[in-house]
Write a protein that binds this ligand. Structure first.
Ligand code: GDP
Length: 326
């Protein structure tokens, strides 16, 4: 049974903070099918880390609904090597938006976190209650601490001021608009790129970081956007909610699936000098499932779609470069 609708996005002024990112742009696509007014602001116009800029813009625009999809994010390497940026940027963005949202009377706010907020050795699948029950995975603790503070801020503003602010924790995401830079990306786009380039170069092998044994769950970003709209309209509560598929795959199997989709038939070389990160990260999605929501995109189908989207993106970027040069 689907949870009843308790809030409507129809006709609302909705601000997707971070609308150019992978999650934000998926949300914008999803919100196109709601009869709502979409507000956006670019980084050049408002630096979300600056309180005064955020407060001034929100007081002027008066959004009724806010999705906080803006964040400094990255894969295992970026997270590990830019600790100050990951902690400072994310704390400031969340604090500024949440505080201004209360001051300007935002009716519903959905804060996005990530499942890396959970302890490294959390029970699997990870229930929402596992938050703050043990030490974090050291490679992403900076981002995790900031996101935990964000969840707590949303809870605190609900408790103290009665604000309808909720928090959602998506599992590892992929899809159009992802980051394909090999130093800072997450595993799925990195392996897609590596397999594509290895195929073109007719290389004998491609490198996969770590042992290939860690287990991860992957959710298509369009499914996530749908879940966020679902939660905005049907959930009101203090507990943060996990969003995922409930399925997991090892990094080795993921690499094999990606090679298969791309059509690369060479060998996989595992590089043990790179970190594995947390051994397993599967979310318990029973709360969301009980409300009546399920992911629709199968992993293989989602990877094939993402590969096509990325090739179109690369062609468009090449066209733009040619136009600039001519
Ligand atoms: P995590 O889920 O926070 O650990 O972030 P990632 O998506 O960056 O990494 C997930 C797992 O994939 C880790 O065990 C990585 O070592 C592994 N992995 C294998 N090859 C790659 C790669 O080329 N890039 C990244 N980012 N991770 C890789």
């Amino acid at each position: 049974m689907t949870a009843p609708q308790i809030f409507s996005l129809q006709g609302k002024r909705i601000w997707v903070a971070g609308h150019r990112g992978m999650v934000g742009s998926a949300l914008m696509r999803r919100l196109d099918s709601e009869n709502a007014e979409q507000l956006t602001v670019t980084r050049e116009d408002v630096d979300l880390r600056r309180q005064e800029q955020v407060e001034t813009w929100m007081a002027r625009q008066k959004p009724q609904v806010v999705f906080v999809a803006a964040a400094t994010v990255g894969g295992i390497n970026a997270n590990n090597s830019l600790p100050a940026e990951f902690l400072y940027d994310n704390l400031m963005i969340e604090a500024n938006i949440i505080h201004a949202a209360r001051a300007t009377g935002v009716e519903k706010l959905v804060l996005l976190g990530s499942t890396c907020i959970y302890p490294k050795l959390a029970p699997q699948p990870i229930p929402e209650e596992a938050l703050l029950t043990g030490p974090l995975e050291p490679t992403n603790e900076w981002y995790a601490i900031a996101k935990i503070a964000g969840i707590k801020l949303a809870q605190a503003y609900r408790r103290q001021y009665g604000c309808d602010f909720i928090a959602a924790q998506p599992t590892n995401l992929y899809g159009p608009g992802d980051n394909y830079d090999l130093q800072s990306s997450h595993v799925l786009p990195a392996l897609l790129r590596k397999a594509h380039e290895a195929k073109i170069a007719d290389a004998k092998s491609m490198t996969v970081w770590g042992s290939g044994q860690p287990l991860r769950e992957f959710c298509h970003v369009d499914d996530l956007a749908d879940a966020l709209v679902f939660l905005a309209e049907r959930y009101c509560g203090e507990m943060h909610i996990n969003i995922g598929t409930g399925d997991e795959i090892s990094i080795r199997e993921l690499a094999e699936m990606i090679c298969d989709v791309v059509g690369y038939t060479g060998k996989l070389d595992f590089d043990p000098s790179k970190p594995d990160g947390t051994p397993r990260k599967l979310t318990d999605v029973s709360r969301l499932t009980a409300m009546g929501w399920r992911a629709k995109t199968g992993l293989r189908e989602g990877i094939a779609q993402t590969y096509r989207d990325w090739q179109v993106e690369m062609e468009n970027a090449a066209d733009r470069r040619r136009q600039v040069m001519s």
